[in-house]
Write a protein that binds this ligand. Structure first.
Ligand code: ZN
Length: 486
């Protein structure tokens, strides 16, 4: 239970600034504290400010600060064993190295390269056409030269609400997907939506049309949210934007999650190619007219082999992956070695791939698969999502991996969840759904804009060449403001 004084000061803070809801009003003693978004979020920011390498002891030290303890209703710091467990929970991007330190996946060379060379330049293109929101989240300015159109950035993401303990899904690995929940957490509802700082959740002006998708994850419910679901939702969202907001250019921004990055069956990929010449293709599940997978006599799902599409040489001409008719291996897959030789690489002594395709960081010519993987035509295969949007004239951006701080929708989910936890527990799906919708609707637009500005500041810090550690420090001021009323 919260001491009276704290409750009163919280109530006051709440009236002054509804962003300052405490996360733990009713206590969650049965749950580990780390399952609370607020604490996890602060530790996440702290770890990032420590740098690329951190030790679990850093958490112990941070939580020994009485001010931090007070904020989270703790009376002492945690043990080193707990800290290690928490690192694991926070570990969607903290990878343990052999020296017992934790390495920040956020600062991985390939991730940083993508952030600096691809993502930031693409975001900067929008910069001068964006509405700039002041700190109050009410006033804004945008001056467009004649003939220029406003750009609106729409961030997409998914989140899951749980009926019983309604815990955050945790800092699981970004590619983990929606895994089955253990029994006891009750029903869950997944929400998938788009948000912009200018308009909030993506809705028509009268609120009747919506980009939001609710999904009951799990067997015998709606199944799992797949790439087809994302494509369907995105398609509907583009309809809505074209119909109601045709005077702006819309950019759709997605997380770097496997579900979002699916490519067309048969699109070139070096991932599973054999090194040598052989019969080879892409597995495709055989489906009946209703779209259901067909099972063979052995009861297993039937698959057929689909040839992969042509690759492209640097000059743009096509490179067929299969030998032509008349060749001694006519119709067979050439194999990585032949494909690379045709591109001028000497690969005779090169192995097919490094063990588990876990090449040394930064290595580019260690194995056949890595070389092919990095070839421009293999890198630039558009995803189904990109193709869908580009065909309709919408720009698509994919956030760098591990950079949830750049997607302000995350904080809006957090805000809605804090409200949701304050509602009475529900028994029926329909009641739970009503609570979820109510909580999401209650996120004030001013807060959304503050969250968006915070993400923008991170982007700015990265643009100026700051690394994750420095960017977190640069944003510390924001954290102080956030907790000023505690
Ligand atoms: Zn390699």
């Amino acid at each position: 239970m919260w001491p009276t004084m704290d409750l009163r000061s919280w109530a006051k803070a709440f009236i002054l600034d509804r962003d300052d809801l405490p996360f733990d009003l009713f206590g969650t003693s049965k749950l580990s504290k780390i399952d609370n978004d607020e604490l996890a979020s602060e530790l996440h920011a702290h770890l990032q400010s420590v740098g690329k390498y951190v030790k679990a002891a850093s958490l112990v030290q941070y939580l020994s600060d009485p001010l931090v303890q007070k904020r989270f209703g703790m009376t002492s710091t945690i043990s080193l064993a707990t800290a290690k467990r928490w690192m694991h929970t926070l570990g969607y991007r903290w990878l343990r190295d052999h020296r017992g330190q934790y390495v920040d996946g956020h600062e991985r060379t390939d991730v940083v390269k993508y952030r600096q060379d691809t993502f930031i330049p693409a975001m900067l293109k929008n910069e001068q056409y964006l509405q700039k929101w002041e700190k109050d989240g009410i006033t804004s300015n945008l001056t467009l030269s004649p003939g220029k159109r406003q750009v609106e950035e729409w961030f997409h993401d998914e989140v899951t609400f749980y009926a019983n303990d309604r815990r955050h899904s945790g800092w699981k690995h970004i590619d983990a997907g929606s895994d089955p929940r253990p029994k006891g957490e009750g029903a869950s509802i997944m929400v998938s939506d788009f948000i912009s700082a200018d308009r909030g959740w993506c809705r028509s002006p009268d609120g009747k049309e919506s980009a939001q998708v609710l999904f009951r994850t799990g067997k015998s419910r709606d199944g799992w949210f797949t790439n087809e679901d994302i494509l369907e939702q995105t398609s509907r969202t583009m309809d809505l934007l074209e119909k109601h907001y045709p005077n702006s250019d819309h950019v759709l921004i997605f997380d770097n999650a496997t579900t979002h990055l699916k490519r067309a069956k048969g699109a070139i990929s070096a991932r599973h190619m054999p090194k040598g010449t052989k019969e080879w293709g892409v597995d495709k599940v055989v489906k009946d007219v209703a779209g259901k997978p067909v099972c063979g006599p052995d009861g297993k799902v039937m698959k057929m082999k689909l040839p992969m599409e042509d690759a492209r040489f640097a000059d743009g001409s096509t490179q067929p992956l299969y030998f032509p008719p008349g060749h001694e291996h006519a119709g067979k897959f050439k194999g990585m070695a032949v494909l690379l030789k045709e591109r001028g690489f000497k690969v005779d002594k090169l192995k097919a791939q490094c063990t588990g395709f876990k090449c040394k960081e930064g290595a580019t010519n260690c194995c056949c698969r890595r070389i092919l993987f990095n070839e421009p035509d293999f890198v630039n295969v558009p995803t189904l999502l990109e193709t869908l949007c580009m065909e309709r004239g919408f720009r698509v951006l994919i956030l760098p991996k591990f950079h949830c701080e750049l997607n302000f929708i995350e904080q809006c989910w957090g805000y809605a969840k804090r409200l949701y936890r304050l509602y009475p527990a529900t028994k029926k799906d329909i009641e739970m759904e009503a609570n979820v919708l109510k909580a999401l609707k209650a996120v004030p637009i001013e807060c959304m804009r503050r969250f968006a500005n915070r993400s923008r500041r991170f982007l700015d810090a990265y643009r100026r060449g700051l690394n994750g550690k420095q960017a977190a420090w640069a944003n510390k001021k924001y954290l102080c403001e956030l907790y000023l009323n505690w």
